[in-house]
Design a protein around this ligand. Sequence first.
Ligand SMILES: [Zn+2]
Ligand SMILES: [Zn+2]
Ligand SMILES: [Zn+2]
Length: 97
Amino acid sequence: MSEAIDEKTSCQHLSQIQKVTPSAEGCEDCLRIGDTWLHLRICETCGHVGCCDSSKNKHATKHFHASGHAIIKSFQPGEEWGWCYVDELFFEELPTD
Ligand SMILES: [Zn+2]
Ligand SMILES: [Zn+2]
Ligand SMILES: [Zn+2]
């Protein structure tokens, strides 16, 4: 079951996307506390690298709540999908410009 979603009109947050440099090779918050993670997400607004919701610390989501930066992208090799936390919208690929 899949629904067709008009990504461009339903998400107002794509304008937050910047050309970002990853803040760390891994979850920067887990690295700081010496913890581990499962998968990585990168904030498309500031480059914060955080761990996914399957990781116990959920630092990517915490970063969204702390910063209001709505758009993340997978930081896993070969994965291009993105996510808007506010609209809970999945993007197979984020617009690059
Ligand atoms: Zn949005
Ligand atoms: Zn983390
Ligand atoms: Zn951010």
